[in-house]
Design a protein around this ligand. Structure first.
Ligand code: SF4
Ligand SMILES: [Zn+2]
Length: 135
């Protein structure tokens, strides 16, 4: 069994979804030092996880590992807004992600990575507490 509490990223769960060269380079270092990196990558591959960096690889790099041809063809069958696939498409195209797509993407992430969702909830409640004590 993988002990997900060892995940190097649980302290800052949202960070693994950030784009941009600096964030990706930083996340790669976090993953490189993570004791469950291999299991994490395997899970991301098994799930065909479309979001974020897992096991040190970006979605694009994981796609390439998985032999992307059939998947890219399937994506031409465009999904409507309010689905994770449509949210991904907005991101690929550099468009703002519309609210229904944003919500679909958030549900998608939480279903796949419960430890991340837990970390997210924890960091959100810490933030709320900070805001409350600042008010
Ligand atoms: S390998 Fe997976 S669990 Fe470990 S830090 Fe990277 S994304 Fe998090
Ligand atoms: Zn949309």
């Amino acid at each position: 069994m993988t002990d997900w509490t060892l995940a190097g990223c649980t302290g800052d769960p949202e960070a693994m979804y950030e784009d941009g060269a600096a964030a990706i380079a930083y996340n790669r270092r976090v993953c490189a030092a993570c004791p469950i990196r291999a299991a994490c990558l395997q899970r991301a591959l098994d799930l065909r996880e479309p979001w974020g960096m897992w096991g040190g690889l970006t979605p694009r790099e994981r796609d390439d590992l998985l032999n992307p041809a059939p998947r890219r063809m399937a994506e031409r069958n465009l999904k409507p807004c309010g689905t994770a696939a449509a949210a991904r498409r907005h991101q690929r195209r550099g468009e703002p992600v519309c609210p229904p797509c944003r919500q679909a993407a958030a549900c998608d992430k939480q279903e796949r990575w419960p430890h991340q969702a837990a970390g997210h909830a924890a960091s959100r409640s810490r933030r709320l507490e900070r805001e409350k004590s600042a008010a």
